[in-house]
Each structure stands twice: as C-alpha cells, then as structure tokens.
Ligand binder design. Structure first.
Ligand SMILES: [Zn+2]
Length: 609
C-alpha cells in the first residue's frame, strides 16, 4: 500500500508483533506454575527475579503471611493509576516482594517474585521474567531494590551504559555461550520445547476492541439477552434491528435505549420467552470501517453491500484523512476489510490503496481554536471573495500535506489573480463563434509570439497534469499564474491560437476553481458544461521541448554573456554568435585567443591572453 511511512510504522508499533517464547516457571514449594512471555528467551540465564502484575490471579495465593499487609497496601496504591501512568518510562519504579520464589528453569535456582505496577495484567500473561542485564526497565528496578544483575550478552568494549540491548555473544549462559542473539534465541526455544517447559510463540500488543457504547445514536447490537439461553443472536430474518426515533436520550447513567420499552422488550429468538435486547449501540468506528463498500449502493437490501459494485470500485484509489486516525479508523478499516475478504465477499486485500494526510491550516502561527480566539471562519471569506478564491488560496498556501498559515493579505493576492483571469476571458467573449481552433498546430506554421505562447500553454498543461496527479495543488496553481503572465502578447496571436489557449486555460482551472473554470469556458462561447463530460487536454509533445537554449559565455573563467541559440547548435554557429556579441568582444579584443571549449547546449569557454 502506498501510505505514508510514518503511518505504517505507527500501525506496526500499535499491532506490536513480537516473536519470542512462552516459558513456564515452577513456584518454589508448591505446584503452581507461572507462565511468562518473553521476546528474549536467549536471556533466560539472566532472569534474576520475576514480576507479576498486582492484579495477577496468583498474587493472593502466593503471598506469604508476613508480606500480606504490604502487598495489599501496594495493590491499593496502584488502583488509581492509568495504564499510561503505570508504564511511563520516566516514572520512578515501585514494587514489593510477595515473599514467594520461582525456579529459573535454566539453572534451577530460586528467584524472588515481586509485584510492580509496570507489569500489566492485560499484556501477555501478566507476568514477566526480569532480565536487568538486557532490559532498561528491569535494570532500573533491580538497581532500585538491590536485586542481582547478570549480563548474558557481552556488550562491546566501548559500551559504558547500563542494560545492553544490542547484539553480541552470549555469556554466563551455559550452552548458549558464544552464540549471537538470534541463534541463542533459536537454541533456547528448542531447549524449552524439548524439556516441555516452553515454546516459541508470537505475541501482539494489540488489544481487543470494545465496540459497545452507551449511546442512543449508533448501530444497535443485534443480540437478545435471555435469562434461560443467555446471549442469543437476533434471527437473520429480523435484521437489521432498527433504532427507534422516539427516544429520551437525556443522560441518566445508562444506555438511553434501556428506557424504551417497545424496543428493549422482545421474545427470545431461541426459546420464545420474555427477553431484552442489548441496549448498547456500536462504536461509530464500526460503521466507518466499511462505509466505502456500503455507499456504493446504499439501497441494496439483500446483502451487506453490492458485491459487483465493490468488485468494480474498490479498493479506494485515493484516500485522504487526518493522521490522527492512524491507529484507529485506518487500522479498523484494514482489519474489517480483510475480515470481509476472508468471508469471501471481496478479492482485494486492502481498503485504501493510496493514503494522504492533509496538513493543518494554522492562524497566526498557532492551531486554530475557539479558546484561543484565532478561528478563521470560511463563511466570512466565501461571502466576500466567493468559494473559488477561498479554495484556491487554501490550495496555494502550501504543500497539501503540510498546510500553512492563514493570511488575510494572502487571500487578496489570490483574488487579484482570479480577477485578472476573468478580465482576460471577458476580452475574448464569444470568441468560439468566430473561430474553431484545431487540436494541434505545427510549430513551423506559427509566428514567433504564437510559438512562444503555444509552447507555454502546452508546458503548463503538462505541468498541471503532473502536479494534480501528485496532490501538489500549490505548484499547479503557480503554473497557471506563470502561464497567465506569459499571455501578455496573446492579442498578437491569431484568433485561432487565442481560442486554443484560452479554452485550455479554462479547462485547467476547472479542477482547482470549478465555478470560475466553468464560467470562463462559457464566456468563450462553449454552450455545454465543462462537467457534463469532463474534458481534459493532452499536451502537444512537440511543444514541450524548447527549440532554443541559453548558452553561457565565459572569458578567462568569468561569465561575460548569455546568448540564445537554436537547440543543438554546432560549435561553428555558436562561435560566430559569441564573437559578434559586444559583451564578449569587449574582453577579448586585442588579446590572443589561446583556447576555446564548447560544451553543447551549455557553455562556451574562451581563454585569452
Ligand atoms: Zn431464550
């Protein structure tokens, strides 16, 4: 997929795929076992203690009598913290030992079991083996509580940090010694599997997505809660479950649909007894995960979406949206799309082939906000300048993906540009009733001025094509501004060429300033709409190449003149021109020409003494 690298990286980190191993530790003196997931099974010999999440189910059972009070106190102190606070790398490490010990299976020695808030019950197994030698967080914790630190990877000689996370030969690790990290991992996984105390596994940071919301406005969850049967799906023939409109959705601490008795009370679709619908609705991100499929034909009633249309129109070629959706909408949509594909309803693997994030428009250098009072209201400006000027100015402000800073002065510059265009077309009103321009002209049949304008027009078409294709709207507009400047001598051209040029100008305007483009197109005398059958012109390839070129003339290493010559002129022709140029002869007359070097189409060098 052609997406910004940064967005892909954010998703990759969010999914957080890590390859490692599950390792089972026995608890000293009882039959309980503690399973951990580690991405570094190669460091098992350096596991000097173990940490459980305070919420881990074994904590209560394993805590020794004399530790009970301290452990309870600690558990209570953690309750008020969010996961982000708990896992913050800058937060001072806290934790307490529970008095029990686990057996490190690599050397069968006892290691103490602690609880600490930085281990989350919701990630992995809620337990970790701590390897301070190779993990910064574990090192910090070990230092704080005076726990042993054993390096199992030899850091480079010039390494003077604490935990070493890089590659190197294994040390203090018995049968792994000397192996690099990758090989040591593989060997340890094999060893664990052979001994039946662990196995290689893949873990994800990704959590489940809780989709129910206690809101009225949303897609009902098609589940019926029956006292006898439990959660029963609504019969397919009764789908979709429709939201009632007469709902009191004042906040009352529970889902608004709960109080709508006609909606909420139903018969169980399995046993027929009185039951209740699920009162929650789905997170709107569920809907936005597949709307691009449904919107193709929202009227279809016998399928989730129109399969034929989806086949034709998806994946979406170009998707534009804010970067803030990187790990939400843009991730959900990919998952749902792949799920629908796996159900056999789609052939494509991705919902959006190409993704672009629009930049932010700031004002006075800051993000617009009501609180700051620096909000630019589009209506104020469209009322004065019209929507085309407003739109053009937004596009011209800066690269699409970067945005820019709003300026009241800037928009009046755009207005002047628009007025100049409008005046130009007004001067050529109904021109097409007099002449009928060709699709292409032979350059040799054109006058000097016509040739120049014909070239500039076709070069602009080429440039605007390219820039629009890449969402470079600002440079596309700049190309039109340049073209407008190059049309000063338009009236010196034949009427046919004038019409040829202006027709193309109007068409190029259309995607950027649709009202203006259409109006200009009609002023010329076209009686159809530009948008009926969208019209676009291909540039005349012959006109894209310049037939003359500027050649720099140097005398003794100093630039003395620039002469315009036909493209690919031979040395003799150029020499004649060079020595009839006063700016050159001024520096060569009365001197001996020692050497002349001509680089075709570029430079003419003279050494004179
Ligand atoms: Zn039932």
């Amino acid at each position: 997929i052609n997406w910004p690298e940064k967005t892909k990286l954010m998703q990759r980190n969010w999914i957080g795929k890590s390859i490692g191993a599950d390792v089972t530790f026995n608890v000293d003196g009882c039959d309980d076992k503690i399973k951990v997931f580690t991405t570094r099974p190669d460091t098992l010999f350096g596991a000097t203690y173990m940490v459980l999440a305070p919420e881990h189910p074994l904590v209560e059972k394993l805590t020794t009598e004399e530790r009970k009070h301290q452990v309870e106190e600690y558990k209570n102190s953690v309750k008020s913290l969010t996961e982000i606070e708990r896992t913050s790398t800058t937060k001072e490490k806290t934790g307490v030992p529970i008095g029990a010990y686990a057996i490190n299976p690599s050397h069968n020695k006892k290691i103490p079991i602690w609880i600490a808030d930085y281990v989350l019950q919701s990630y992995g197994t809620g337990a970790i083996m701590a390897v301070p030698g190779q993990d910064e967080r574990d090192w910090e914790f070990a230092e704080m509580f005076d726990l042993p630190i054993i390096r199992t990877v030899q850091p480079p000689v010039d390494f003077n940090g604490k935990a070493y996370l890089g590659d190197g030969p294994a040390i203090n690790s018995n049968f792994l010694n000397g192996l690099n990290v990758k090989d040591a991992k593989a060997k340890m996984i094999k060893w664990l599997e052979d001994k039946n105390i662990g196995k290689g596994t893949i873990n994800y940071r990704l959590r489940d997505w809780l989709i129910s919301r206690q809101r009225y406005w949303g897609t009902p969850i098609p589940i019926i809660h029956c006292e006898k049967c439990g959660e029963v799906p609504v019969e397919e023939s009764d789908l979709p479950v429709k939201l009632p409109y007469d709902v009191d959705f004042k906040p009352g601490g529970e889902s608004p649909l709960t109080s709508h008795s006609d909606f909420i009370n139903v018969k169980c679709s399995k046993c027929g007894s009185d039951a209740k619908r699920d009162p929650d609705t789905m997170d709107t991100f569920v809907d936005s995960s597949w709307y691009y499929l449904r919107f193709l034909n929202p009227k279809i009633t016998d399928a989730i979406f129109d399969k034929d249309k989806a086949e034709k129109w998806t994946p979406v070629d170009m998707y534009v949206g804010g970067a803030e959706h990187a790990t939400m909408h843009l991730l959900y949509a990919r998952f749902i799309h792949k799920c629908i594909r796996d159900l056999g309803l789609l052939n494509s693997n991705e919902p959006f082939t190409r993704l672009l994030h629009q930049g932010t428009i700031t004002y006075q250098g800051a993000k617009m906000s009501k609180a700051r009072g620096n909000v630019v209201n589009p209506d104020d400006f469209t009322n004065i300048y019209g929507s085309d000027v407003f739109r053009l100015y937004l596009m011209f402000m800066g690269p699409f993906e970067m945005g820019g800073d709003w300026s009241d002065k800037g928009i009046s510059g755009t207005e002047r540009f628009v007025n100049r265009i409008y005046d130009l077309f007004e001067q050529h009103k109904n021109m097409l009733s007099e002449v009928n321009p060709s699709i292409e002209y032979n350059l040799n049949t054109l006058s000097q001025q016509e040739k120049f304008i014909y070239r500039k027009t076709n070069q602009a078409i080429h440039k605007v094509n390219e820039e629009l294709e890449h969402f470079h709207f600002n440079t596309a507009i700049a190309a039109l501004m340049e073209l407008l400047n190059n049309l000063k001598d338009l009236t010196a051209c034949s009427k046919e060429i004038q019409a040829y040029v202006l027709n193309r100008f109007a068409v190029m305007l259309a995607p950027l300033a649709p009202h203006l483009g259409e109006e200009c197109y009609n002023i010329l005398g076209n009686d159809n709409s530009l948008f009926e059958n969208p019209l676009w012109f291909k540039p005349d390839e012959n006109a894209l190449v310049e037939d003359s070129i500027n050649i720099a003339v140097q005398v003794n290493g100093k630039l003395r003149s620039t002469i315009e010559m036909p493209l690919d002129s031979e040395e003799g022709t150029v020499k004649d021109a060079v020595f009839s140029d006063e700016k050159v002869t001024k520096h060569t007359s009365g001197k001996n020409i020692v050497k002349e070097i001509y680089v075709k189409n570029k430079i003419y060098n003279i050494v004179a003494k």
